[in-house]
Ligand binder design. Sequence first.
Ligand code: 0GY
Length: 295
Amino acid sequence: MADFRMDADWLCYDPAPSKPTYAPPPGAVDAHCHVFGPGDVFPYASERKYTPCDVGKEQLFALRDFLGFERNVIVQATCHGADNRALVDALRAAGDRARGIATVRDTVTDEELTDLHDAGVRGVRFNFVRRLVDPKPDAYYRTIIERIAPLGWQVVIYFEAADLEERWDFFTSLPTTVVVDHMGRPDVAKPVDGPEFGRFIRLMTEHENVVSKVSCPERLSRSGPPNYDDVIPFARTLVERFPDRVLWGTDWPHPNMTNHMPDDGALVDIIPRIAPTEELRQKLLVDNPMRLYWR
Ligand code: 0GY
């Protein structure tokens, strides 16, 4: 029988985040969050590289309301592999207040895709982070793109800064809207105007179908909580240069965090620092996610 105990060295989510000082505008969307299990109902994938803390839709919806958001985009995490049952269950329970990003294999059937679409799925996620998955050749992902294209879905890609050079031709050839998780994971010890982040800015400048989540200071920061000062210039640069192509999300419940568990209230309070005007915050939190997921 499978063992769904959480890995001992990873932290569980913060059960009592602070109430943020910043109040998101009406209709705000948390565009990157997950649901995990519970493992005895929605088993974790046998090929997973970590076992998270069980934390399901009820806790996600409570956090949404507590932080002042109206909607969620729930993203399939690698620990559930291509078994989207926990995601679909959360989407159906949320009604129109959530959309989803699934993980599918190249063998997925049209019927399975239609069921996912009916539940609220609007894209697939390709994960290239080696500590999470064993990435596949480009051709594998292209097969999936052919399958999802008729549904008008987007592709979400999660990669580390070094992968951008390696997979540039593939990433820049994608015919769909392409949403990049966590700003392509820049090394924030390097300069924001240096060549590494410059490559990411070039990706967004030259390819108008590319959107970035300006999320995950807790994973990228070296200066640490609660202010994550070193991440701010990277996120703010993208928000100011590409105001119509940025999304924000909590990344709750923050799987794989070992050094600290972020306070989700403090994460929300970072928003005015990366999007300094009301107009930018309206686009980041409402207009952009509504256009991308609720059309
Ligand atoms: C995130 C980040 C991580 C995990 C996953 O699918 C996943 O398991 O994306 C990570 O470990 O950086 O966005 O949840």
